[in-house]
Design a protein around this ligand. Structure first.
Ligand code: DNO
Length: 396
C-alpha cells in the first residue's frame, strides 16, 4: 500500500515540509486553479511535479481532473470539452502521472451540513444531518418535492430547525453544504443554486447515465493508449440530493460503470467513507467484489445515527461501521494478486481521507476534512493495520 496525502498546492495551508513529517511518500494533488473544461498545460503540470518531487514526494494520483457540468448535462457542443480532457490526460501522462480520480456527481461534490461537530474526545468532525439537509432543501431552496426524499419525522424536525434558525445559522448551513466543492471553485448562493438546479430539471438517472457513458467512450480509449487509469469516486453521500440523480452510489452502480466500457483504464476509487455512508453498502464486500478495478483508495470511516434518519458523522479511521482491518486485508490481497501477475503497478495508493480536527487544527483554516493532525492520526492508525497484516502474512 502506497501511503499518500492530499495536498491542494498553493491553496493549502499545510506545507509539504509538514506533510513529510507524516511519513507519507505519495502526494495526491490537482491544478485546482485551472477552471473546469480548460486544458492543463504540460508546463504547469511539470512545475507542480517538480515542486512535489523537490520536497521528496512522488505525485501519485491526480484528484481530480474535473468534468465540466455541460458534459454531465449533455449540453451543447461537447467535442472541445472532451478534447480538452484528453489533452490534459496526454500532458499528465507525458509527466509520468497515470492515475486520475474524478467524480460524476452533478453540481456538488461531497456534501455535509456541519463542518465542526464535537467528538467525544474533544476534537471535531464533519457531519451530514438529514433534518438540516431537508431544512435546506424544503425551506431555504423551496424545493417542495424534497419531502418525498426524507422520512416524515426528518421533515418535521427540519421545519422545527428552520423556524428556530437565525440568519447566521442558515448562512452557516449554506456554507457547509458548499464546502465540498474543491479548491477555488465558485460556491453557489441559494439563488444561483436554484438556477443551476433548474438546468438539471430534465436530467434523470437514465439521462445522466447516458451522458456518463458518452464521457467514458470519449476519454477511456485515450487513457488506455496512454497507459493511464481513470478511477471514479463514488457519490458522497451515496444518495440523490437536491433532486439530482446520483449514479455511483452502490455496488450495482459500480457494476454499471465498469460494464459501460470494460477497460483497465475504467476503474474505481474505493472511497470507504463515501460508500460507507450508504446504510446498505457493505464496504469490505464491495472492495472484494471490485478489487481488480480499484486503482486508488480513500480510507476513512463513518457512523450512522441509530434513528434511521440517514444522518451520519465521520468516525475515527478505525472506528465507525466499516471494518477497516478487513477492508485493508482485501486491498492487500489484491496487491498480492497483481504482484503475482508481475504487474509494475501492484502497489495501491491510498490516502487517509478526511480526519477529525484535533489539537490546534482548527486554528489553521485548512480545507474542511483535511486538517494536519487529524489526518496524521488517521494515517498512523492505518499504517499500524498494514504493518500488522504484513506481519501476519509473513507468519503464514
Ligand atoms: C472528498 C473527496 C472528494 C473527491 C472528488 C473526486 O473529500 O474525496 O471531493 O476528491 O469527489 O472527484
Amino acid at each position: 500500500m502506497k501511503e499518500s496525502w492530499r495536498w491542494y498546492g498553493a491553496l493549502d495551508q499545510i506545507k509539504l515540509t509538514e506533510i513529510a513529517q507524516s511519513g507519507a511518500s505519495g502526494i495526491v494533488t490537482a491544478l485546482h486553479e485551472i477552471p473546469y473544461g480548460e486544458v492543463w498545460p504540460r508546463e504547469t503540470i511539470a512545475a507542480r511535479r517538480r515542486q512535489v518531487e523537490e520536497a521528496g514526494f512522488q505525485w501519485v494520483v491526480v484528484e481530480s481532473l474535473p468534468i465540466h457540468e455541460d458534459i454531465k448535462r449533455g449540453e451543447g457542443d461537447l467535442e472541445p470539452l472532451f478534447e480538452a480532457y484528453r489533452q490534459s490526460m496526454r500532458n499528465l501522462a507525458a509527466e509520468g502521472i497515470n492515475i486520475i480520480c474524478y467524480n460524476f456527481m452533478p453540481l456538488l461534490d461531497w456534501t455535509r451540513t456541519d463542518l465542526a461537530t464535537p467528538t467525544k474526545e474533544g476534537g471535531s468532525c464533519l457531519r451530514f444531518d438529514a433534518p438540516r439537509m431537508a431544512a435546506f432543501e424544503l425551506h431555504m431552496l423551496g424545493r417542495a418535492d424534497a419531502a418525498q426524499d426524507y422520512p416524515d419525522a426528518v421533515c418535521e424536525e427540519a421545519e422545527i430547525w428552520y423556524k428556530q434558525s437565525t440568519e447566521a445559522d442558515r448562512e452557516a448551513l449554506l456554507e457547509s453544504i458548499m464546502a465540498g466543492l474543491p479548491g477555488a471553485y465558485d460556491r453557489y448562493s441559494v439563488d444561483s443554486l436554484r438556477d443551476a438546479l433548474q438546468r438539471y430539471k430534465d436530467i434523470d438517472r437514465a439521462v445522466l447515465r447516458a451522458n456518463y457513458k458518452r464521457f467514458l467512450e470519449e476519454v477511456v480509449p485515450t487513457a488506455e493508449e496512454l497507459g493511464m487509469r481513470l478511477c471514479v469516486h463514488p457519490d458522497d453521500p451515496p444518495r440523490d440530493i437536491l433532486g439530482l440523480p446520483r449514479i455511483v452510489s452502490s455496488a450495482e452502480d459500480i457494476q454499471w460503470v465498469l460494464d459501460a466500457l470494460p477497460s483497465p483504464a475504467n476503474g474505481l476509487t474505493l472511497c470507504a467513507g463515501s460508500l460507507g455512508a450508504g446504510p446498505e453498502n457493505d464496504v469490505p464486500a464491495i472492495a472484494a467484489r471490485f478489487a481488480p478495478h480499484i486503482h486508488f483508495a480513500h480510507l476513512r470511516n463513518v457512523q450512522h445515527d441509530p434513528d434511521g434518519s440517514g444522518s451520519f458523522e465521520e468516525a475515527a479511521h478505525l472506528e465507525g461501521r466499516t471494518d477497516m482491518v478487513s477492508l485493508i486485508d482485501t486491498l492487500m490481497t489484491e496487491e498480492k494478486r497483481r504482484k503475482a501477475e508481475g504487474r509494475a503497478d501492484s502497489n495501491i495508493a491510498f490516502r487517509p481521507d478526511h480526519g477529525h480536527e484535533l489539537v490546534s487544527d482548527s486554528d489553521r483554516g485548512t480545507h474542511p476534512g483535511y486538517p494536519l493532525f487529524g489526518r496524521m492520526r488517521g494515517l498512523a492508525e492505518l499504517r499500524g493495520v498494514i504493518a500488522a497484516l504484513q506481519w501476519q502474512d509473513r507468519q503464514s
